[in-house]
Unconditional design. Structure first.
Length: 287
């Protein structure tokens, strides 16, 4: 499909297309700026405002996307690294914890070799499941029943070894559950530091999620307001995608982001639950 003429003449869209057409290679700022007729400084600033990432970060995201796709299709890790355009395997492994949530080999094998501990608890909103690896919390989800949540976890990590822990529970799991239950009941959440997190995320997603944690309970922000908060005012669509990628319900409160018209919009765990959760928070939030 051909792009509209306005997009074809937009230097920022042309820069993005160049990065995508080369799969993130040859995306040096000076060369890219010259190709679209802008100064490097202007391109860097405007590109981040429009897309939420610098050209270099966008290029890395393209490469990581190719890398992850190759792993899911069964490619050897070494082949996937170089086919995606990475010159060094060490660079990929350095970023694996942030972008894959596990080593590239484990990701390729659907979590094989990963030990998952999980538990569930009944709340006023429904069943809540919390799961952790040896590195940190990897999932917090909410639904109608324990079986539903356990099936979702198995689908996310099909080859991981999963162990349910109830008696005595696990310190990390308990810390998150106590915070979630306190928040839903209106009690003061524990000020103890949250356990470490073990989730897949891009640099942009981390920026969005950090902004979400600063929204007080009982309040909401629009996607456009979050875009302004992270100095990427034209990235509302990317903000919505980052919210959709969040697997840590309550811990990263993406449910507090709503549409410009005030409607709740979508949520990974379903719009009806999102509406109930927002209503509960508005009732129990400090006056």
């Amino acid at each position: 499909m051909n792009k509209p003429a306005s997009a074809a003449h937009d230097p920022l869209e042309r820069a993005r297309s160049l990065i995508e057409s080369t799969r993130g290679e040859n995306a040096g700022l000076s060369a890219l700026a010259a190709a679209v007729g802008l100064s490097p400084t202007y391109l860097q600033r405007r590109f981040r405002e429009r897309f939420g990432l610098s050209p270099a970060e966008y290029a890395r995201q393209i490469k990581l996307g190719s890398f992850k796709s190759a792993l899911r299709e069964g490619s050897r890790v070494t082949d996937a690294i170089y086919d995606a355009g990475f010159g060094s395997g060490s660079r990929v492994y350095e970023q694996a914890s942030a972008h894959l949530g596990m080593t590239p080999g484990d990701y390729r094998r659907g979590g094989a070799g990963t030990e998952l501990r999980f538990t569930t608890v009944a709340t006023a909103l429904g069943a809540v499941l919390v799961a952790a690896t040896a590195r940190g919390i990897c999932a917090v989800s909410v639904g109608r029943a324990d079986d539903e949540l356990t099936a979702r976890l198995r689908n996310e990590f099909p080859n991981a070894h999963m162990e349910r822990i109830d008696d005595g529970r696990d310190e990390w799991l308990v810390a998150v559950i106590e915070r979630v239950v306190a928040g839903l009941s209106g009690d003061t959440p524990s000020h103890a530091q949250l356990p470490p997190l073990d989730v897949r995320a891009t640099a942009f997603q981390w920026r969005v999620w950090q902004a979400l944690t600063r929204i007080p309970a009982g309040e909401t922000r629009t996607y456009a307001q979050i875009a302004e908060a992270i100095d990427a005012p034209r990235s509302a669509r990317a903000i919505a995608n980052a919210c959709g990628a969040n697997r840590l319900a309550f811990v990263v409160p993406c449910h507090r982001v709503v549409r410009t018209d005030g409607q709740p919009g979508g949520w990974r765990w379903g719009p009806p639950l999102k509406r109930r959760l927002l209503a509960m928070e508005s009732r129990v939030a400090p006056g």
